[in-house]
Design a protein around this ligand. Structure first.
Ligand code: HEM
Length: 384
């Protein structure tokens, strides 16, 4: 049974091309800004600050980060505009996407009055969201100017906060959530988006920064060992948050395991889960195979093999993760509707048991991530 056949049989609506482009594009834009600014703050900047080696390496990585953030600002601006036009095209006026791109129509959409029962106009929420998006992009694009680049450390935290605000403001409901589940959905959706974009966006930034290896000194291995160590903790937290929140969203939309291959929505989610499994497996290679070798090379002061491990092996695995992550963002628009409705099964209703199971799951996830760190540390200390 092909995907198209499944989709047609179960009331699944295949997304239009412009929908695929705009939704995936928007989350690529968010990954580029949220992921890069969080990773710069949590991994790159602290490593640069404590770097004892060649100052030239520090300058090369700072300059490359600034240029990367500038282009991330351009991508956010373009994908943000397309996403806004997509919101107008989906606002149920039957407007073709091409027409929705007109600035005049977008301005009317942003100034549309509030719907009956809404505490604020949806257009006003999008107006605030896109104003923040515009300012964030402008601040980042300014990093193309060398004199602005000197202020990277002052500008990056501001861009981090404002790019987080881009997704958080969009989540503000124009009508108050009626049920606990709806309120939890809003919060968990944002946890999911932020942890997912930090994970993928962070990997992408570090893969690009590792591309400066020819401009770096022979001692850069020590600096990069620190960068990868710090980022692996960020990634672990993201993995836990994205899986925990994903399970809640999965439960809300999928009423049974079988629906993963008998509904269009389920199949899209199954493809996504396999891609994420690939990312986690690659992360496992980093955590259990590369990190211990890097720690041992560092202890043995093996500069050449440290450089090889941190700037050849590690980036190769990370590029594979980035490719899988990009595929995850490409699959997102296919998660339309719900497997439960496509399979004719009842909507998910939360209960004490569900919350208890959820809490137990989150604790198990947290414990398994702590064990992961412990095992990786033990392997690092183990003699070759
Ligand atoms: C790299 C890992 C992942 C990333 C970057 C990611 C990202 C996203 C994003 C951006 C959305 C769209 C949210 C929205 O439109 O509001 C989404 C939706 C969703 N994700 Fe993930 N996700 C990841 C992993 C997972 C995992 C592991 C699961 C399940 C365990 C999962 C389950 C879901 C579900 C069910 C939805 C759809 C919700 C809906 O239909 O509204 N995701 N994901």
């Amino acid at each position: 049974m092909t995907f198209a056949h499944l989709a047609a049989s179960a009331g699944y609506t295949m997304p239009a091309f412009w929908r695929i482009l705009t939704k995936s594009g928007y989350f690529v834009g968010l990954s580029g800004t949220i992921g890069a600014t969080v990773t710069y703050a949590a991994a790159v900047r602290p490593a640069l600050r404590t770097a004892a080696g060649d100052r030239g390496d520090v300058e090369v990585l700072r300059s490359r980060t600034a240029k990367y953030l500038a282009w991330a600002g351009v991508v956010l601006l373009v994908t943000g505009y397309l996403q806004l036009a997509a919101r107008l095209a989906r606002a149920g006026h039957g407007m073709p996407f091409g027409d929705a791109l007109a600035p005049r129509r977008l301005w009317d959409f942003l100034r549309a009055p509030a719907a009956k029962g809404a505490w604020i106009a949806q257009g006003t929420i999008y107006l605030v969201q896109n104003t923040v998006l515009l300012l964030t992009s402008a601040a980042l694009i300014a990093l193309l100017l060398p004199r602005v680049r000197r202020h990277l450390n002052a500008l990056a935290p501001v861009a981090l906060a404002s790019s987080l605000a881009v997704t958080l403001v969009a989540a503000i409901p124009a009508t108050a959530p009626r049920t606990t589940e709806q309120l939890i959905d809003l919060i968990i959706d944002q946890v999911h988006i932020i942890s997912g974009t930090v994970w993928i966006g962070g990997l992408a930034l570090l893969a690009v920064l590792a591309g400066t290896c020819r401009q770096l000194s022979a001692d850069a291995g020590v600096l990069w060992a620190d960068v990868w160590r710090r980022f692996s903790l960020v990634a672990l937290v993201c993995v836990g948050a994205v899986i925990g929140s994903g399970l809640w969203m999965g439960w809300r939309h999928v009423g049974g395991l079988g629906q993963l291959w008998t509904t269009g929505y389920g199949l899209a989610l199954l493809v996504k889960l396999l891609l994420v499994l690939g990312m986690v497996a690659a992360g496992g290679v980093n955590q259990f195979w590369l990190m211990p070798r890097i720690a041992r090379a560092r202890r043995a002061d093996a500069t050449a093999s440290l450089l090889h491990l941190t700037l050849r092996h590690f980036p190769a695995v990370v590029w594979a993760e980035v490719a899988l992550g990009a595929a995850v963002l490409a699959v997102l628009p296919f998660l339309t509707g719900s497997a439960r409705s496509q399979a004719g099964s009842p909507p998910a209703v939360a209960s004490g048991t569900v919350f208890a199971a959820g809490a137990a799951l989150v604790l198990t996830l947290a414990a398994s991530l702590c064990i992961t760190v412990r095992i990786s540390d033990a392997l690092s200390r183990a003699r070759a």
